[in-house]
Design a protein around this ligand. Structure first.
Ligand code: AMP
Ligand code: MG
Length: 474
């Protein structure tokens, strides 16, 4: 059985059986076929990209063959969905097929998504469609390129079976990597079933492997989770990323962007942007995200009283807002190239966001174009927009003497616009065209560079791709 030279350790399975179900993958579809694989992600687990061309690769990373003698497992967790306790959930279509220690000593989870049903599938079919697999594959690379903590994606394997969603669609298996896939909902699961000793065991597992410098200090650990979550939100807001389904079962205990579903990058700026068209109340609207993350941290805190005194939990939760604000402010200042602190800076940033909202200007280009000709920036706000013109001259005056040469390394030219992801998906689904996927993959991995010939992918959608809708179905 192949191990591709990986240094496998079965850590999670050292926890008691209540934490998971050991099981092989279902072997979905027939003759799995590798669509794309990611050399940068391979490096994270110490995998030689030469293995991509090994016929065993598509077998293993679709669940048709095991990874060495590792006993794969589905994890159990619970969670709050749309603000309501949802009870037991769990890996309904994910399977941990290995944990690999890389040469730097880090332990990485290797997880298949879409490799079949598990005891936690409830009404689901355990499948993933090619569409959502391509979206997650591209978006997790985009986020990594922006230096926003995220799960990564190693490969897409076509399952060669149709999967029923609103319509039948081609299926696929994504291989996802993360230091850990443990969610807030894992802790809630054991707390809400009064298994406090299990809460402690899980915290000890997470802390020993991923927070070793905290020496088992639960208070410090929760404080660190609050901080990472606040910084993650600042990263999302600054780049204009909307997650879409911020349920507590989709919140990573390591502060990673996790579970890419109906996400979207902001195009025409609208603070209340809802990327998930099934989120009719707008609970997870773009401008709600920082507050929702705090709500989710409270749900996590609620599950930890057996480890941490209540007043310490409250004190840690109370640090969230200042941590969020200071990181967000730093990121926004960097986007404008404001290094010296000057009075009026916050107002300048606020005025820009107001102008962008009023003109529905493209979020990413409103920052990126600041480093170019005035006309290109002004065009985003509509010709003859005198307020925009006035703001720009205030901005130019303010940044006299600032070094703006690094702006293009802060403000991406390419974000994964829905229509761009859709172009990759249609190419793969309609004509098995991997070249387009590969082209877009390279853009999102190096989003600050110019990429001659691919300028169109940096722009808002062409008219025929303006009205794409994204739902939870994936
Ligand atoms: P999500 O909203 O995608 O984060 O999923 C919420 C829960 O539903 C998790 O427990 C998932 O594992 C499960 N789930 C989502 N889609 C499927 C599917 N197609 N088959 C089985 N379980 C699923
Ligand atoms: Mg989920």
């Amino acid at each position: 059985m192949p191990d591709f030279g990986l240094n496998l350790e079965n850590h999670y399975a050292r926890l008691p059986g209540e934490f998971y179900t050991l099981m092989p993958a279902e072997q979905v579809g027939v003759q799995p076929r590798l669509i794309h694989a990611n050399a940068k992600a391979a490096a994270l687990i110490g995998l030689d990209p030469a293995s991509f061309s090994d016929p065993a690769f598509a077998q293993v990373f679709s669940g048709h063959a095991p990874l060495n003698d590792f006993s794969s497992l589905a994890m159990v967790y619970s969670g709050h969905q749309f603000g309501v306790w949802a009870g037991q959930l769990g890996d309904g279509r994910a399977l941990l097929i290995g944990q690999a220690r890389n040469p730097a000593g880090e332990l990485w989870d290797i997880q298949l998504k879409g490799a079949g049903t598990t005891p936690y599938s409830r009404f689901g079919d355990g499948r993933a469609v090619m569409r959502s697999t391509v979206r997650e594959y591209l978006c997790s690379e985009a986020m990594a390129a922006f230096d926003i903590p995220t799960t990564r994606a190693l490969s897409i394997v076509a399952s060669n079976e149709q999967v029923q969603r609103e319509m039948p669609e081609p299926g696929a298996v994504l291989t996802r990597l993360a230091l850990s896939h443990v969610r807030f909902g894992h802790f809630e699961h054991f707390f809400h079933s009064s298994r406090h000793e299990r809460v402690r065991q899980l915290a000890d597992y997470v802390m020993a492997e991923f927070f070793p410098n905290l020496a088992g200090d639960y208070v410090a650990w929760f404080g660190e989770v609050v901080k990472r979550t606040a910084e993650l939100m600042a990263g999302w807001q600054a780049v204009g990323f909307a997650h879409g389904v911020m349920n507590t079962d989709n919140m990573s205990i390591l502060g990673l962007t996790l579970d890419y579903g109906p996400f979207g990058f902001m195009e025409a700026y609208e603070p209340g942007f809802i990327c998930n068209h099934t989120d009719t109340q707008g609970r997870y609207a773009f401008d709600m995200q920082p507050a929702i993350a705090h709500w989710n941290l409270r749900a996590l805190a609620f599950a930890l009283p057996s480890l941490i005194p209540k007043d310490r939990l409250v004190a840690a939760l109370d640090t969230y807002e200042a941590l969020y604000r200071s990181r967000y402010r730093a990121l926004m200042r960097a986007k404008l190239g404001l290094v010296r602190e000057e009075e009026g800076d916050d107002r300048l940033i606020g005025e820009l966001l107001n102008l962008m909202a009023k003109a529905k200007a493209d979020y990413s280009l409103s920052f990126r174009n600041l480093s170019g000709e005035d006309v290109a920036w002004l065009a985003l706000f509509g010709n003859g927009n005198t307020e925009a013109r006035a703001w720009l001259s205030r901005y130019r005056a303010r940044t006299q003497g600032e070094d703006l040469s690094g702006l293009d390394r802060v403000n991406p030219k390419y974000v994964l616009r829905n229509w761009v992801a859709e172009s990759a998906i249609r190419a793969v689904e309609d004509h098995g065209d991997i070249a387009t996927l590969d082209r877009i993959f390279k853009l999102v991995q190096t989003p600050f560079e110019k990429h001659d010939g691919d300028e169109a992918f940096a722009a808002p959608p062409p008219p025929d791709m303006c009205h794409l809708e994204v739902s939870c179905s994936s």
